[in-house]
Design a protein around this ligand. Sequence first.
Ligand code: SF4
Length: 511
Amino acid sequence: MSQPAHPTQKARVIIRHCDSYDPERIRQIVREGLEELDLRPFGRTLMKPNLVASGPLFENAHTRVEFAEGVMKALMDRNNGRVTEMAIGERCGITIPSRAAFEGAGFNPMIERLGLKRYFFEEEPQVEIPLSHPERLRDYLFTPEPVAMADFFVNCPKFKAHPWTTVTFSVKAYIGIQDDRHRLIDHDHRLNEKIADLQYIVQPQFIAIDAITAGEGRMLTPIPYDLNLIIMGNNQVAFDSVCCNIVGIDPSTVDHIRFTAERGFGPMDLDQIEISGDVTLDEAKGRGKNFKSGLIRVEKYFEGTNISAYAGPPPETEHTDYCWGGCPGAIEEAIEILRLFDEQCDEKMPRMHVVFGAYDGPIDAKPGEKVIFMGDCVKWQGDLDGKLVQIRSKYQDRSTKDPYNAKADDIYVKSFSVMRKLKAAEKEQYVRFEGCPVSVAEQVLALVELGGLKSPFLNPENAIENTKHYLMWRSTMAMKKLKGHRYQKHGPTSRGAAKPEVARPVSDDAE
Ligand code: SF4
């Protein structure tokens, strides 16, 4: 018997009502979803939640543990003896050890209770996946071995808005299948293409999104929005398309979804998607009609605050005139974290100016007001306090960035580098931060220093926890190195059955 195409093009999406985080209720709904889709887990079964950030400040940023528990139990219910490993794995937000995110989200006791395998993706060997499709940004990507080896892959994201990519449902959550040093490459104005490239690593046979309490407006610190839904599906382009429709967004306007559809991963057109469940699409749309999505330019975002933002185009202007995937979005997330952490953030913040890209307009900085030039690609020339200032782009073409040799600094190195930079520029009116992108963590650190704000990293409770997880992560990696395990494995690698085989859609004008 021939293998069914993966990902399936017989796209189905199930919309179910669920108004509580009761793991047993979730288990029942998800089990019924698996039955309806005629799916059973097998082989190495890996579930990926979205644990980008967790803990009291980030309650609505991640897949809830009760949801993950319900999904894992439903998968166990459907196991007819063909599962060889039942695992949960994730790489959380950049610089934070995934150990901290698992603990903060309350996943560890559940994983232990259910006897699951747990993967902190940054602690696993990173294996090479070759790419050959014409639109690829590069010829190979690295991903954690358990992802490459998955036979039955389950994507279990959180239903959220995203300030850089409009929404983050199933397709976008793939940024969590790369460790920091590989994730940061192309995490810029070509982010949507990067996300489309990541699809070639693995495709889920099953998707279940935590849309009971969704998150609107932002990605790390979203505002809770009760949708009271569990949405399930068997094709993630179709799945994201339905989710977009629920919140009134045309999926073809969301670049990462459109690119993924164009490359043959599934249909966006509702006519090609079978939708079922106890909530109709129209009813779901009624629930989602006031949901606020992302995509707000940085100048607008900071209007009415003490921060003035100026954004010129990133390099490769033929692709876009604004860097949606990098530094400008990162500062939006940074300020939201600080607002949550320090209620007086906006009042305390002194007047300052932040510049991105090749900006060629005036900067209205009075004497004593700091100007921050953010990112490798920033470029500006003009007068600051009577002195001519020339900022040159240090952007390196992406062809010079090789995933083989990629490096990423941890939070302690980043903290030190930010402090050193600010100290050196103490007497200057401006300071320049390099990086492509300058991460959310670095921008938080810079704003804390410049604004005299409370630091989320120095809060005694967080600092002790973070240091504990950081040391465990580092000591685990050191032990692995001592045993001769390499962080990266180059060359061909084994793949599980969740490896996609993609047939490009036939265009209408093809003969
Ligand atoms: S330096 Fe920042 S703004 Fe410039 S391209 Fe890179 S990520 Fe985008």
